[in-house]
Each structure stands twice: as C-alpha cells, then as structure tokens.
Design a protein around this ligand. Sequence first.
Ligand code: CA
Ligand code: CA
Length: 365
Amino acid sequence: MFLLLLYGSLLAADQMPNRNIPPMANEKASKKTTDAATAAQKKAEEKTAKNTEQKLGAKNDADLGVPEVLIVLGAPGASEYEKAFQSWMNDWEIAAKKGGAKVTLLGEKELPEAPVKERLRAYLQKATADRPLWIVLIGHGTDDGKECRFNLIGPDVSATEMKSWLEKLKRPIAVIHCGSSSAPFLKALSAPGRVIVTATRSGSESNYARFGKYLAQALGESRADLDLDGQVSLLEAFLFASAGVAEFYKGEGRLATEHALIDDNGDGLGSQADWFQGIRAVKKAKDGAQVDGQRAHQWHLMPSEKEKGLSASARKKRDELELKLFQWRDQKARLNEDDYYQGLEKILTELGAIYLESKKAPLAP
Ligand SMILES: [Ca+2]
Ligand SMILES: [Ca+2]
C-alpha cells in the first residue's frame, strides 16, 4: 500500500523541469557558413526550433516525442454531413495543434489532378519517421460484404489498400475510423504497436455514425479524463464518446445502430466500451485473449505538462513498465500473496525511479 501511495504521489508530483536539449541537426552546416546575415538567420531559426522542442517536451530523442496527426475528411454525401464532418475535423485540428503535434489535413479541397486517395497513399509512403502517427478518418464508410471502404471525394480507399500502405511503417500508429461500416478496418489494420478504433462493431452497422462527434468533443473534455491525470488518453476519449453515443440513442428512444470498438493488442478483436469499468477492461474478447485498452491509454493528443516533462526515452520506458504493471495485476488471482506484492514492489520502484530521475534532471540552458 505504501508503494502504491508512493507511486500515486510521484504521479501527482509537480511539473517536471526541462532537460538538456540536443544540438540541432544543422549545426555543422551553420559552422561552415561565413556570411554573417545567413549565420544570424540560422541562429534565430535554431533558437525557434529549440524553443519549440522544449515546449513539446522533445528532449534527447526529439523524433520520438512529437507525434504526427493526419486528418482525412471523407466525402460528405449531403450538406448536413458536410457541416458536421468539418466541425469534427476542426476540433481534431485544434486539439492536435494545442498538443504540439505536426498536423496534416487531407480531403478539404478537391484537386482533380491529385485525388485525395492518391495524396493519402503518397503521405503514407513517406511516413517513415519513428514518432507516433495518428490517422483520423472523418466521413462515411461502406461495406459490401467483400470489401470495406472509407468514402473519399473521388475514388474511395479500401481497408485492404490501407493495410498494404501501412505495412511498411514500423512506427506506433493509431487509426481512428469515425464512419459507418468501419469495423472491418479494425480486423484489417490490427497489428502489434497499433491502436485501432472504429465507430461500429460490424460492417453492417451502416447508418450515419455519430461516434465521431462525441470523440471530437472528448479530446478537450475534462470529464473524459477518467483517471484524473490532467490529460485525456485515446482510451478515455473512446470510452467517453461511446457513452455519448449510447446516451444519444437512449434519449431518442431508439436502438443504437452503432457500437464503437477499440483494439490495441494486435489480435484483430475489438473491445466495446461496456466491457470496461473505469479504464480497465473487465470482459475479454475471447478466452485467454489479452485485454485491450492499456496501450491506447498511453496515447495522448494533448499531453499534460507532467507528461511533457518526461523525455521520449523515459516515456517509452514508463509505458513499458505501466503495461507490465497492468499485466501483473491481472495475474493476482494466480499468484501467492507474497510473490504478487514482491513483483508489484519491483515494478512500482522502477516506475518511481523514472519520475524521480526526471525531477533531478538539469534545466535546459
Ligand atoms: Ca487521463
Ligand atoms: Ca484486441
């Protein structure tokens, strides 16, 4: 209990100080420059980049620290949907920029010479950085029983195509498909290191899906922060949005025509929000299957100041230990009490050390 309290107090500790910032990649080039004006300009650019990295919490391994967010706006089909989709997209864009992510919007404008599908493929082809990538699909989906598609202006993109485009990327990826008939995307895109969220639990849930509305609202919503750590994780946003959807249909006196899924353990089986108590899944997809949700709980579009205070490598280590902690707790019933608490103490001590180390780190010059 003491250790649990210790860890809790560590988590609740004040904002971590900033740490040393690495030299900029173009430092060598600037040394060769003799022109005074160019050097001054370069210095100013470096200062700006340095400040940006500092703000974003990107420390020794900056590339891992700053996520990319790709928001794809689908074909609306009717003006009423166009307004809704545009509004959700705006919410995502604002939240992602607030969080310091690099944001790309696709689908806003129709460019006959470069269809949205082609631009999406081209983006993913080049998306080889190590940093986390969020892909948010806002629009309608369809499923004819053979192939599931996300509707774009111009040619649609299929789940099979997305699968092949993502296959070459070895980075952490979250795909969030807010449209109707989206579930087959989960099956197709599920893989280790990925979080997949879909608005529906089957391809046949083909009515207009409202999940995206509630998900967009959840991003900056303090009520969605279930564990009260000052930030809304992707898991928390999923749970909040699912509750909003359920409430909507209940309020309308209608049977819900959409049930969102989340998968983050790479087994291609999604979990529904009503399988969770708080942020923990209490029901499993099938016997022996690992529960979903804990990895998605480590994805934050708008990280708290404390989260930003961790270097990317410390965050990575912390994430691994947190997963270990959840898995250890899941085994409680199978272990004798002494072994269980010894194991727990070891993990909590390691976790505590990460936060203490961050607090001790020197301030950036
Ligand atoms: Ca939270
Ligand atoms: Ca799963």
